[in-house]
Design a protein around this ligand. Structure first.
Ligand code: UD1
Ligand code: CA
Length: 463
């Protein structure tokens, strides 16, 4: 296959977004807008992608470098936005082969590889066209008596009612030889209503020199450019449905109202419930239950795990069959072992729990290492921070930490040791020992009644 470069025009500011962020960097389903056309070009088989950037160029360039590090994607700067023709010139200028070039706009998030491939499949000059109900704002496809495409007339340049009545529009995908594109772009003149260089004028240039663009009938619904936040929201809705349906076809139950962003992986027979949010590099195994309202960001969840309602997990690993929640908070670098339990109002950070370990209620477990089958009681706090440094709490296998204990790190509780309820542990506890640090209880007979009488008398005196 000959070389094919895609040139994606994305230098515009996106004024209607009313934002400090350039339009192409606004996220949809977890990825900046510009991701989608670049992805479509790569998936359609383009060997190189050139993105023409302008507004927010540093941000866009840096994003492209990281997101597409393994592909031939590069940014070219268009200093001033003199129109789509000028932008295309900048992009095409850097192409150093004599294969094919595809030019399209960067504000089309719903475009898929198939839409690009359809235009690419034509060996001659080709452009996508589609028929829409309301053609306001679009360039109109003008055909001659023989139905050949001879021109694209921009909305602002329409002259007659017959032209205004045209409902076949230019969604903006062009494919030609590199040689033709370079020659046609060199001839552009800004003699139009906006005083800009129009990419679309390459069509009349071709017609005048006796060649025509082949019109590829395309899907209007996916090729609409998006310009404001209302259109962003609509497009995102479509994208999220597409993502959810793809998971459903792979055997995942996705309940209405779950939000699964682009790039998340989920195994078969998992159930993702209402209000759950899965995003970033999250990977969920098979047979996992993600219950209502859970939020997973960059998390790995292995097979058979149960995440009970409203658990929040970030940059952590949950191993096979573990149970988390309801209302658990796993902060970065938590690693919850197979069959382990983390219960309600337990917060972990940089803590590794081995197989079968349990912390079922109300605890803060920061910078910890917890051994197999160890049990951490309600109200346990790992005092990991001295105001300057973080220290590690180590609990060895089968140890038992009684409720309401404070473990002042650095400290180690040996295998099989007990920490009595209410103990403040400041020294290491040897294996199989009992650590207890609390004053002995004393019961004073009859003292309850005596106290009550005294308090009542005090109240009566006040009146
Ligand atoms: C363009 C087309 C119109 C088509 C419509 C489809 C032209 C002249 N018009 O109009 O026929 O129906 O898209 O949505 O091509 N851009 C640059 N540099 C510039 C100007 C624009 O990179 O100097 C980029 C923008 O960032 C955007 C794309 O080109 O991604 C389209 O530009 P825009 O101004 O939105 O064109 P439209 O007026 O919508
Ligand atoms: Ca547009």
């Amino acid at each position: 296959m000959s070389k094919t470069t895609a040139v994606i025009l994305a230098a515009g500011q996106g004024t209607r977004m009313k934002s400090a962020l350039p339009k192409v960097m606004h996220p949809l389903a977890g990825r900046p807008l510009v991701y989608f056309p670049v992805r479509a070009a790569i998936d359609a088989g383009c060997t190189e992608v050139v993105v023409v950037v302008g507004h927010g160029r540093d941000l866009v360039t840096r994003y492209l470098e990281t997101a597409f590090a393994n592909h031939h994607v590069r940014a070219v700067v268009q200093e001033t936005q003199n129109g789509t023709g000028d932008a295309a010139r900048h992009g095409v200028d850097v192409i150093d082969h004599d294969g094919r070039v595809l030019v399209f706009y960067g504000d089309v998030p719903l475009l898929e590889a198939a839409d690009v491939a359809k235009v690419l499949a034509v060996q001659d000059n080709a452009l996508a066209t589609c028929v829409v109900q309301d053609a306001t704002g679009y360039g109109r496809i003008v055909r001659d008596a023989a139905k050949e495409v001879i021109e694209i007339r921009e909305h602002k340049d329409l002259r007659t009612d017959a032209e205004r009545a045209i409902r076949e529009i230019n969604p903006g995908i062009f494919c030609t030889s590199v040689a033709f594109m370079k020659e046609a772009l060199a001839k552009l003149q800004p003699n139009n209503a906006q005083g800009e260089l129009y990419l679309t004028d390459i069509v009349s240039h071709a017609a005048k020199s006796g060649t025509h663009f082949f019109a590829v009938d395309s899907r209007a619904s996916v090729l609409a450019g998006i310009n404001d936040r209302v259109q962003f929201a609509e497009a995102e809705g479509v994208l999220l449905n597409r993502i959810a349906d793809a998971h459903r076809r792979n055997g995942v139950t996705i309940r209405a109202g779950a939000r699964i962003e682009d790039g998340v992986e989920i195994g078969a027979d998992s159930v993702i419930d209402q209000g759950a949010v899965l995003r970033g590099t999250t990977k969920v195994g098979a047979g996992v239950r993600v219950d209502i309202g859970c939020v997973l960001t960059d998390v790995v969840v292995e097979d058979g795990v149960t995440l009970k309602p409203y658990s929040v997990l970030e940059k952590s690993v949950v191993r096979a069959r573990a149970q988390i929640g309801p209302f658990s908070h796993l902060r970065p670098e938590s690693d919850i072992g197979p069959d382990a339990h983390v219960g309600n109002f337990v917060e972990t950070k940089k803590t590794k729990m081995a197989a079968g370990a349990k912390a079922n209620h109300l605890a803060y477990l920061g910078d910890g290492v917890i051994g197999e089958r160890a049990n951490v009681g309600a109200g346990t706090i790992f005092c990991n921070y001295d105001g300057v440094q973080k220290h590690t709490t180590t609990i060895e296998a089968d140890a038992f930490i009684g409720s309401d204990s404070q473990l002042v790190a650095p400290v180690t509780i040996g295998a099989g040791a007990y920490v009595a309820t209410g103990t403040t542990v400041t020294q290491d506890v040897p294996a199989d020992a009992l650590a207890i640090s609390r004053t002995r209880q004393e019961n004073k007979a009859g003292y309850g009644a005596k106290l009550r009488a005294r308090f009542k008398a005090a109240k009566a005196e006040k009146k």
